[in-house]
Write a protein that binds this ligand. Structure first.
Ligand code: IPD
Ligand code: CA
Ligand code: CA
Ligand code: CA
Length: 266
């Protein structure tokens, strides 16, 4: 598998930040933590990892702008390119000692995602994708799962933070999806959920109230692994609508149908 120069830069940045996260994960009880909103924490580890990604990417491409979870928007002189960075996806898992978290980096060119990297340092799993070049887990080419029927499918999801998504509607959706699938998983890191769909570990995924930094790298991984994506209404501006539904073609369309279903009374 030949990686482009820019993908190599992204891999180096993600792995360096990942090693910092792995060190902090070993001393999680000593980290300073603050609350951004209900159930929404940020720690020194998030900020340290974000600083590393910012330094590495800026060194390689000084003119590109950024959208990062913690620092927000950093304008660049080059208006064609933007980095989308989640330095620690799965902060809640991380702070509870659950080793399901990752660094997520995507590159946008003229509004299109052209490359993505997701790295889980605990499992040493590196997911990479470039437009037209396929998706990989370490050196292995990825393909979404082939299961075509919802009753055979394991579906990932995420529960929105309090005050972000609509919990009442979410519970109704969850009940409908539970009624038609083989099982539900809530890993707690949206970037990894999407990477797992690309890798065929999850057959499908849906969540709402996500941000571009949560989903950008996962989106290109899924597309390059032959998967299908949209928001809950079948639209394609997920950065705007913030919901995402993913799977192979059959599971994606079956999931969309279930999510549109009115809720049956018990
Ligand atoms: C969160 C995770 C989680 C999702 C939340 C996100 P963070 O990201 O991806 O799985 O359910 O909506 O905010 O804050 O840990 O980077
Ligand atoms: Ca966060
Ligand atoms: Ca995130
Ligand atoms: Ca984060």
């Amino acid at each position: 598998m030949a990686r482009s120069a820019i993908l190599n830069v992204m891999v180096q940045a993600a792995m360096k930040a990942g090693r910092s996260l792995a060190r902090d994960f070993g001393e999680v009880q000593n980290l300073q933590v603050s609350l951004k909103g209900p159930g929404d924490y940020v720690s020194q580890a998030d900020k340290r990892a974000e600083g590393i990604v910012h330094t590495e990417l800026s060194r390689a491409r000084p003119d590109y702008g950024f959208l990062m979870e913690e620092a927000g928007i950093i304008e660049g002189r080059d208006s064609q390119h933007r980095w989308l960075v989640d330095p620690l996806d799965g902060t809640t898992n991380f702070l509870h000692g659950i080793p399901i978290f990752a660094v997520s980096i995507a590159l946008e060119r003229q509004g299109q995602i052209v490359a993505g990297v997701i790295y889980n340092p605990v499992m040493d799993e590196l997911y990479t994708a470039e437009r037209g070049g396929g998706a990989f887990l370490n050196d292995r080419r990825l393909r979404v799962a082939a299961r075509a029927k919802l009753p055979d499918a394991i579906i990932g999801t995420g529960v929105p933070h309090l005050g972000r998504g609509h919990h009442g509607n979410y519970l109704l959706e969850l009940r409908n999806v539970m009624g038609e699938t083989a099982g539900i998983r809530r890993l707690g890191a949206a970037a990894l959920d999407l990477a797992y769909v690309a890798a065929g570990r999850l057959d499908g995924f849906w969540e709402e109230a996500l941000f571009p930094w949560d989903i950008a790298a996962g989106m290109i991984l899924i597309r390059e692994a032959g998967g299908f994506l949209s928001d809950k209404n079948g639209g394609h501006d997920m950065f705007e609508t913030k919901s995402i539904v993913a799977g192979n073609e059959a599971i994606h369309s079956a999931l969309l149908k279930v999510l549109k279903k009115p809720v049956k009374p018990e």
